[in-house]
Design a protein around this ligand. Sequence first.
Ligand code: O2Y
Ligand code: MN
Length: 596
Amino acid sequence: MHLRKTPPENPTNTTLDALKTWVDQVAELTRPEDIHWCTGSDKEYRTLVSQMLADGTLKTLNETTYPNCYLHLSDPDDVARVEHLTFVCTADQQDAGPNNNWMPPADGHAKMNALFDGAMRGRTMYVIPYCMGPVDSPYSRCGIEITDSPYVVINMKIMTRMGEAALARIEREGKFVRGLHSTGELDPERRFIMHFPDELSIKSYGSGYGGNALLGKKCHALRIASYQARTEGWLAEHMLILGVESPEGETTYIACAFPSACGKTNLAMMVPPASQPGWKVWTLGDDIAWLHLDEDGQLRAINPESGYFGVVPGTNEKTNKNAYDMIQHDAIFTNVGQTADGEPWWEQKKTGTPVIDWQGRDYDPATAKAPAAHPNSRFTVSAKNNPSYSTLADAPEGVPISAIVFGGRRKEIAPLVYEAKDWKHGVLVGAGVASETTAAMVGNVGVVRRDPMAMKPFCGYNFADYWSHWLSFDERTDKLPKIFHVNWFRQDADGKFLWPGFGENLRVLRWIIDRCEGRIDARRTPIGYLPNAEDIDTSELDISDETMHALTTINRETWLEEIASIGEYLESYGDRLPADLKQEQQKVAEDLAKAS
Ligand code: O2Y
Ligand code: MN
């Protein structure tokens, strides 16, 4: 193969010198064969797909039943985010906090530059301008990802507003997040995801998968954006955004933060059950929300993404009909199995039989010891494919948020739903979020982990400072949304779920909306307001009064332990922990101790 000794001519005609200089510097370091500035056009997408079909990076799926759908199989050692290899590089370690792996910025750059040295030899370097959020929104922020992976380019085209319009905005603003990515040798020993929040930059090497490589998503829209949001007075959160429309045509917008593997995508695009006639759910986003106060003090949300990178296994007509329908065309599948007629296959799909697994090996369900699709296999699809897509996802002003909902996967302790007493207490409820690990995760199943605001893997700075930032919103407006906590995953002693979940969760959202509208009462308890069981509509559900009682009451003894454990966790943040948060925790502990 012919290899260049000098970097190729940079074909850009960008007006932004800082951008041209950076691209030149990256080319000088990484030595690509060619440089391609992405336009974001459909033609460019089709050309890249053709190239990847030719070199085997992609495979066409059944063109009749899955038109324009492609399969990518990643390296078997490169199938998930790598939290232990993800770093936040700040001058002072305390700024990254105990919640992040840390390295001094100079060491981080030295480590990464050594890996990037000559890494793109013989390859094309793609320059991807992208905008997180509608291109015409004041709340959006832009970035440039440089990558040697065409798979990343086609995924970024779906997941972000990518190409010429984004480049024009970057040239107008002069400010952008710099993301540099190379798939490298896919050696887990030479894999790092580094963030340099003070420089608004990201360097990722050694993985071609999802959040490690699509730098607009977790790296930019959460880790870098959360840091930037703190200095600029907004919030970048791991939250879905949905609109619930009543039979009378009133839509209430809700943002929900649940840890990974708690069903955010399912809730975001839920189909109301037949028992809830006239109700509609509209999807604004399934993973990330950027929240800003407008000039009237109203909290507004945009979804910085334009597509979904969702877990495939478990998706079927019952669990998530909208997702099931939207991935029947124009979707990229990563690490699923295949049927004999070239359809994608995954566990609980309910139709078809796999004959090839996610590693491209022959597969026989009768003798197989492992699933055909990887448990973390993914679809990438445009949000516009979703039958419940809200066109307000493109509104530059975003949507007004009436309720923030935290939640986790807890087989015991957490009731079905409760409301925080006020904003400060709500911040404590968010800081105390915990969830049980599932089979889709590495490690033991069923272990409870604290995941404050569902941001443990994604907060780009010290959680103690992040909680102070959340608390500071209370001084800026008197129109903050109410804060709630939900738990769809309570079990009885036999391990049976107490609540049916899925579309029936609308019943709980309706209680939340009624509370926001001041239409119903609730019981004040030390942990917040609990529903009167009769205020949650259970018509046509096979659920007993005892079960509803269990779902809407708390056990004082276990909550005394829970609040003590939250207190211990908060204390681990030391001197930076905001006093107000500690006081809130102590108040709940005291009230529980006093309660009979
Ligand atoms: O990004 C990945 O590599 C997979 S993890 C993921 C993907 C989409 C949305 N959320 C997550 C998550 O872990 O929260
Ligand atoms: Mn997520």
